[in-house]
Design a protein around this ligand. Sequence first.
Ligand code: FDA
Length: 515
Amino acid sequence: WATSAHTHEDFLQCLSLHSPNSNSISKVIYTPYNSSYQSILESEIRLERLLPPAPIPKSPLVIITPLVESHIQAAIYCSKKHGMQIRVRSGGHDYEGLSYLSYQGPFVMVDLVNFQSINIDVENSTAWVQAGATIGQLYYTIAKKSPTLGFSAGVCPTVGVGGHFSGGGYGMMSRNYGIAVDNIIDARLIDVNGRILDRKSMGEDLFWAIRGGGGASFGVIIAWHIKLVQVPKIVTVFTVNRTLEQNATKIVHKWQYIAEKIDEKLLLRIFPGKANSSQDGKETVQASFVTLYLGGVDTLLPLMQQSFPELGLVRSDCIEMSWIDSILYFAGVSGEPLEILLNRSSLVTYSGSYFKGKSDYVTEPISEAGLESIWRMVLKYPEDIDMQFSPYGGRLSEISESATPFPHRAGTLFSIHYGVSWTEAGKSALNRNMRAIRRFYSFMTPYVTKNPRSAYLNYRDLDLGVNNKGNFTSYEQASIWGLKYYGINFKRLAHVKTKVDPGNFFRNEQSIPTL
Ligand code: FDA
């Protein structure tokens, strides 16, 4: 970044001056001249696509790993004073790396890796969880305190609660308990003026905005107060695979009619993708039905028989286990000690490879002919486009579209996640894979929501549009992606933004604009 050494020095001096304990802040400031700067920057980067020698994004001028809240207050004050933007990182899983990279202007990164404490109140079924904790740490800590409490949030244990909760938080219990934001009862946040606020002092508008509108546009979230949910002592999981030769098209077609309506204790997710046929070894499409049922197999089997006999589920497909073991199962690490959930880096599914993701929503079932043409598209090109069909309905559709900024409620049948990952470094592999996922996304246009073509904020996609130079943009321009992520809630988000951060200090490539 073109900032003078002078500005840099002034900024560092400002931090020391404005931190009550200047000694301690100096220990948590890293500039590119520090030998540990690069390892700290890369420690929570989940997207090698964005690591050097990636062409465009730039790294932070300064990294701060605050130990106390006053360090964050100093970072906000000094960044504002010296014209720097700020990026906050909790778990580092942002799909476009916006928590640690920027395409626009010099910035400081606040890494909340030291804010990981979790306090469970079993009696009241609540917990305070600091933003830098991961959902794996949260699930583990809850399970250690009680076998019948849990929380409804995402599947990958290394996701950070700071970003994940502020963007929604869909997981295997969402049909029964909603997403993470539906179970947040309070929060602590530092605003643009360095004030530490809770729900009461921030007011209901701001508290509404950070539950699905993305935290990064509004302040630095330090901790969430969450309502834990009841989980049965025994849950049932299964993964059943069906290829085209095993009638996958008809089964997936039927799934669209039942998955959103079926008992909300049951969440049947589909992962369609390329596979080799077990019959002749030829390339085919396989739909993997990955399921959590909040109960035992004896009640699951009649339910499936009644609503979805086409899948042909049998008792031997099903495994009964505790809820916390189901977390390991869906993370692909069944049988490992529970402590693996405390590991912040070992469980990332695409670690070591390059990745790009996108998302869609479906409100009208796709016809069998439509599904067949999607499968043809899956098989047509060499790049593997992975899809996830995640059912909605149940509790998700009981909550109104405007109760939180996350608008994907009644009427949504399922969401689609697209991902492409590759291991080959270099521009040509990057271009080839980016082209492949964009082509696939374009092909899907007739099958998904229109006007707007909705998308899930937590699967951030800069292809949908970005702010102008310096990350300032009009409401109209930002509506191009804002309406996709937030639907009818976008306007209110812009109003809240204008009220709480009129100077647009908390901004990034896709932040909410002021009006
Ligand atoms: P990160 O630290 O990168 O932050 C993401 C965004 O939030 C950035 O804009 C950042 O600045 C901002 N932010 C972070 N902490 C903040 C804070 N304390 N205050 C203010 N702003 C803050 N989603 C889902 O719903 N269900 C799932 O099952 C999964 N699974 C999944 C698996 C894998 C491997 C990945 C990479 C991602 C997912 N996701 C997901 C998506 C995930 O929910 C999304 O990427 C979250 O934003 C990640 O939050 P982190 O804190 O980890 O990211």
